[in-house]
Ligand binder design. Structure first.
Ligand SMILES: Nc1ncnc2c1ncn2[C@@H]1O[C@H](COP(=O)(O)OP(=O)(O)O)[C@@H](O)[C@H]1O
Ligand SMILES: [Mg+2]
Length: 266
């Protein structure tokens, strides 16, 4: 049976049978690749058990999986369409998150972010960091200028995402999706991202409209939904960031003069 409405999908993710099919290599939080649902409508998902979460000193309140769910609610409320549907539920190791897997991809998509020699930066791309390989060759970190990636940069500014690296971005047709929002939505400004290429430039109208929608949603039910996942201070700080973005109407500039970039960048 196709599950085409958001509510049906959320229901399937929350109530469907969860069957682990493998570990996600490189996951620092013990994430599992799973199937959810019965064979007729099963979906590939990533499940992060709370039990294997690596807790971080700068996010002492609640769990990282609660932030993953909160990021999805924020992305949906503004119509950003970046975060795949994410629910909280029980799994084989107790409570955790379940997020729809984006793909499978062919592995041959055009990259969104890359580390290349300075003369190999594709036309129109934004260079965000210059560096050197251990052998002393010059390299740069750069990202493409596609509007869908810019939408991710705007959402990240609202989320205060402190870990937007290349491997947390996936192509999904013409859209760009993002994952791993467990270290976002804190109160202290901590935007750490590879997507600094639009810094100081005007936010496009379509993304301003998304921020307006989000600001409106924060006046209503979204505030209560987020209140069950984040501290009151964190929900207030989200509201302040959204208001500031709408007031300045430009992509944030790095604090302290240099961009905070996660490492590794990819
Ligand atoms: N919803 C998803 N769809 C597709 N790939 C994903 C999804 N979530 C995670 N991944 C892939 O799995 C990797 C590990 O997931 P991530 O959320 O970064 O876990 P961790 O919390 O352990 O850092 C990501 O870098 C990405 O390549
Ligand atoms: Mg990760």
């Amino acid at each position: 049976m196709p599950t085409d409405t958001g509510a049906e999908l959320e229901e399937l993710l929350t109530r469907g049978d969860l069957t682990p099919v493998g570990r996600i290599s490189g996951s620092s939080n013990g994430a599992l690749l799973c199937l959810v649902g019965d064979p007729a409508d099963e979906l590939l998902v990533i499940h992060k058990p709370e039990a294997t979460e690596r807790r971080l000193w700068d996010y002492p309140d609640g769990t990282l999986v609660e932030r993953e769910r909160a990021a999805w609610l924020v992305s949906e409320a503004g119509g950003f369409g970046v975060v795949p549907p994410t629910v909280l539920r029980d799994g084989p190791l107790g409570p955790g998150s379940v997020q729809q897997w984006v793909g499978p991809t062919t592995g041959e998509e055009d990259p969104l972010v890359d580390v290349v020699a300075p003369h190999e930066v594709p036309d129109g791309w934004h260079v965000v960091l210059e560096g050197e390989t251990p052998l002393g060759e010059a390299v740069v970190v750069a990202h493409c200028a596609e509007p869908a990636l810019r939408t991710v940069a705007v959402l990240d500014a609202a989320l205060n995402n402190s870990d937007r690296k290349g491997s947390h971005l996936m192509r999904d047709g013409d859209a760009v999706r993002g994952c791993d929002h467990g270290v976002s939505l804190g109160v202290e400004p901590k935007l750490r991202t590879v997507l600094w290429g639009w810094s100081g430039e005007p936010i496009p109208e379509a993304d301003l409209a998304r921020l307006e929608r989000l600001a409106g949603a924060l006046e209503g039910r979204l505030r209560d939904e987020l209140g069950a996942l984040l501290t009151e201070d964190e929900v207030d700080a989200l509201g302040r960031r959204v208001a500031a973005l709408l007031r300045r109407r430009e992509h944030p500039r790095p604090r302290g003069g240099w961009p905070a970039i996660p490492w590794p960048a990819l």
